[in-house]
Design a protein around this ligand. Sequence first.
Ligand code: GUN
Length: 290
Amino acid sequence: MTIGKIIDGKAFAAGLRDKVALGVAAFAASQGRKPGLAVVLVGEDPASAVYVRNKGKMTVAAGMESFEFRRPAHIEEEELLDLIEELNADDRVDGILVQLPLPAHINEASVIAAIDPAKDVDGFHVVNAGRLATGQDALVPCTPLGCIMLLKDELGDLSGLEAVVVGRSNIVGKPMAQLLLAENCTVTIAHSRTRDIASVVHRADIVVAAVGRAEMVKGEWIKPGATVIDVGINRVTDTEDGKGRIVGDVATAEALAHVRAITPVPGGVGPMTIAVLLRNTLVAAHARAG
Ligand code: GUN
């Protein structure tokens, strides 16, 4: 039995961050200022706090300016919208990221809509989603763009390949499908209501799993020789020490016997998200600088 390749997303992300750092140095030399990224964190969610801290560190390591805004969970929506207005008007800020999820009393769509699309480095604003869907230049959501980079690195031209995206979120599933379509894949989006999901996934040369359910994509669903991108980050508590472990949306150990290549969890897609965020911030800085 042959075993598939494990795609080293950690190494790819480190290489991308190095390239971005070179671009940042060139930008600073020509513009006389560093690109700036503002991150807004509302509330005390520990996982979000860890992400935000890592983002800040990597932003500075890439040579950019990092601005962090922490606000209590009980902040009024109006106050958050005022902060975004200030950041929209601040010339030192090229990218604005509001960490999701937001507390339930705040309307996420309104907050995202308030961000200047030119500074929307998450690519969540409807203007950027619409531009992506219609094939125009856009700021593209970080995680799906990172997945496309890994796929092209592994497979080269994706044209004509059958791709199945499992999951239909605005953050990953939908933009992922748009990006695969732009690469001339034949694209199917499967989700919780899909009938006979095993046979739908079995058609795919490329499987992208982004549902947030531990190991729900089984090894035997995978067509021999397919490439699998696992976006899931799920904590399961089945270890004896009680600490649990992090697993993806794919049953990786089973899938390895079927795949050509697969991203591991952790160390696959995860590290790509922040690297692409830095890349998007540099792209936004160039676009704003004209
Ligand atoms: N929460 C989880 N992933 C993301 C992301 O990519 N961007 C933002 N803003 N919040 C998130």
